[in-house]
Design a protein around this ligand. Sequence first.
Ligand SMILES: Cc1cc2nc3c(=O)[nH]c(=O)nc-3n(C[C@H](O)[C@H](O)[C@H](O)COP(=O)(O)O)c2cc1C
Length: 297
Amino acid sequence: MKRMKGFALLWFLILTAIVIAACGSSSQQPDDYTPEYAADNNIAAEEELQEYQPTTEEIYPSESEDTYEEYSPEQEANNINAIEAVDIESREYYILPPPITEGGISVEEALTNRRSHRNFRNEPLTIYQVSQLLWAAYGITLPIPDAHHLRGGLRTTPSAGATYPLELYVVIGNVTGINPGVLRYISEEHKLVRVVDGDVRRELTAAALGQQMVEAAPISIFYSAYFPRITERYGERGIRYAYIELGHSAQNVYLQAEALGLGTVAIGAFFDYMVREILNLPYEEEPLYIMPIGYFY
Ligand SMILES: Cc1cc2nc3c(=O)[nH]c(=O)nc-3n(C[C@H](O)[C@H](O)[C@H](O)COP(=O)(O)O)c2cc1C
């Protein structure tokens, strides 16, 4: 009897070892998430990605690539995309049409139907849709022109101390009337200013670990945070507040997309240093979210 128990225990240990080995070998290694891999294994790759939690080391492969030292003061001064941009009027810009503030579906319906969408149709968006989405994300709802620190007034998104540390960009791929590129959203004037020329969606997909929806969607809203705006008031806690605010704003985008019959997904998995380069991001800003948006199936 004792021998039987011994055999059973031995078999149990062998089987456990086999199961652990099998799980280990089938788990996807991050190196496999190249654009080529994702193209060849589209569905599998997306499914895996949803499960996959990158480590800090993978997202920040080398701290030195993301440090601020690589920007000299001269580069900083010449950076027309910088927060305190002096040269913004000389850039191509688009005044966005005013947003609508009454819609066809209720908040309850939008909440019930909201889902992350990852399959987008190759159909252009209009400047009206782009305007509405950006306004929902971070638009001004109560203008207070004289309060300089508010940069225009209070917004659709709550913000600790009304400091509004987020910066929004729109990556344009297929929008009627706007050439592809990357444009910064100037929320206080509800306008877009071009910072990059040309369609960067393919490169951005590669930076987002090959998540194909970035290339397929006609636009992506991109979020970064300019932390000094909030840490000057709240110290380290301001970092937490900025991340919380991102959640508020991104949910607005989800709900507005739903109300417009569009879909989106919040993407947090990407390589910061690649995204910084592709979007010509000022060194003071930290990339946070990519939200591809479009008609979905
Ligand atoms: C912080 C954060 C990061 C996320 N990153 C990704 C991502 O990189 N790729 C992706 O496909 N979905 C991403 N998502 C979306 C989640 O996968 C999705 O919200 C979740 O599966 C629940 O599905 P639902 O949004 O349809 O309810 C992210 C969501 C959050 C909140």
